[in-house]
Design a binder for this molecule. Structure first.
Ligand code: FES
Length: 115
């Protein structure tokens, strides 16, 4: 949270999505560049709680270089595990990060059907 990784904006991303948690209003935008069937670059920015910043930061490290076939199976549990676990009250912060990955994949699939 204090040293977020992969922050910023990607120009001309292959996938981009903004997700919002309707209960707390926190939001995250995720950008991906895809090359050779894998995540070549990842950037994100959030207006969110500290735990959400930590979750998307760790998720961005987790998915960098990941093949799309594997990326399609990323869950909040994978992100939570990479974080070393979350209390029940903060698990929705990992859900926001996982939702950002899923929404970015949907935007990629919409742009490049059958990818
Ligand atoms: Fe809203 Fe963390 S408190 S996502």
């Amino acid at each position: 949270m204090l040293h977020p990784r992969n922050t910023g904006v990607l120009e001309h991303p292959d996938a981009e999505a903004t997700v919002i948690n309707p209960q707390c209003g926190d939001s995250t935008t995720l950008y991906l560049k895809i090359a050779a069937g894998a995540v070549a670059q990842v950037r994100w920015h959030s207006e969110a709680c500290g735990m959400s910043l930590a979750a998307i930061s760790i998720a961005s490290d987790l998915i960098r270089g990941m093949p799309l076939a594997q990326l399609r199976h990323i869950t909040r549990h994978d992100i939570e595990q990479a974080m070393g676990g979350l209390t029940p009250a903060k698990q929705h912060c990992a859900i926001l990060a996982a939702d950002a990955v899923k929404a970015a994949l949907r935007s990629y699939d919409a742009r490049i059907p059958g990818a």
